[in-house]
Design a protein around this ligand. Structure first.
Ligand code: ASP
Ligand code: MG
Length: 263
């Protein structure tokens, strides 16, 4: 069985954050909501030939609901001319909440039994909005009953969770990898795979050093050190949850899945 953690569609989290700043500087919210809808509807349209229409309609309904929520929140920010860190986290989480139903439609369209979870019920964190840390014992306690349920894929939007009192928090930019590591640790998974847009972890920044090559393998301390010094392929705190459990972590390229990646 597989746990699958989904990130937002490319550019959407940036779009959500810049919408907030634009609305705070007096722009009307409508165009930002329209753009949000357009991006997701275009993907559903692309899937039309391959995925059952009913499943796509279900995804679209949910995206419309999430877009309405985005609209209401942005309108509120515009009226109050203020956006607290907790409201900003709530708005930031909307990208993952819209991408997940699309992935769910694809999985179900391929005959898989999907158990979707809302991270606000499972990924419990401290209240450091924008850069929250997981409360692992609480997360493990909440996730434990999922083991006994029937599913092929446990599907969860990444990047966000919730405080104990139910306020949405985010785990820092690029935090979906972190969510995946938390899920892997909670389930003591056999492997954590991070599917990204590069061939793996390079020996140096390929934009700076042309002789940089993809590393087949590296140790956890080396990975943490690289992240600490700014390698963008891994979220700095991402792999911490899997390190103590020694869960092998594989970085793979979505656009070239045959490449071995970095272990
Ligand atoms: N969507 C979030 C971000 O852009 C999380 C992620 O991509 O992992 O930071
Ligand atoms: Mg991302």
């Amino acid at each position: 069985r597989v746990g699958l953690v989904v990130s937002a569609v490319t550019g959407v989290t940036n779009h959500l954050l810049s919408s907030v700043s634009e609305v705070l500087s007096g722009k009307p919210s409508q165009e930002f909501v329209d753009e949000f809808c357009r991006v997701h509807t275009a993907i559903l349209k692309d899937l039309e030939p391959n995925i059952d229409q009913k499943l796509l309609e279900k995804a679209e309904e949910e995206i419309v609901t999430v877009a309405k929520e985005f609209d209401n929140l942005l309108t509120g920010v515009g009226l109050l001319m203020e956006c607290s860190p907790s409201i900003l986290d709530h708005i930031s989480s909307i990208g993952e909440r819209a991408s997940t139903p699309i992935i769910e439609a694809i999985l179900e369209g391929n005959g898989l039994t999907v158990r979707r979870i809302d991270p606000r019920d499972y990924i419990i964190t401290d209240n450091v909005f924008g850069n929250a840390s997981p409360l692992m014992p609480e997360i493990e306690k909440r996730m434990s009953p999922l083991r006994d349920e029937t599913w092929d894929v446990l599907l969860m939007p990444g990047f966000f969770g919730s405080t104990l009192s139910g306020k949405t928090t985010t785990l820092g930019r690029g935090g979906s990898d972190y969510s995946a590591a938390i899920l892997a640790a909670a389930f003591q998974a056999s492997t954590l795979e991070i599917w990204t847009d590069v061939a793996g972890v390079f020996s140096a920044d390929p934009k700076v050093a042309s002789e940089a090559f993809v590393l087949d393998e590296m140790s956890y301390p080396e990975a943490m050190e690289l992240a600490f010094f700014g390698a963008k392929v891994l979220h700095p705190r991402t792999i911490a949850p899997v390190v103590t459990l020694k869960i092998p972590t594989l970085i793979k390229n979505t656009f070239n899945p045959d490449l071995p990646g970095t272990l």
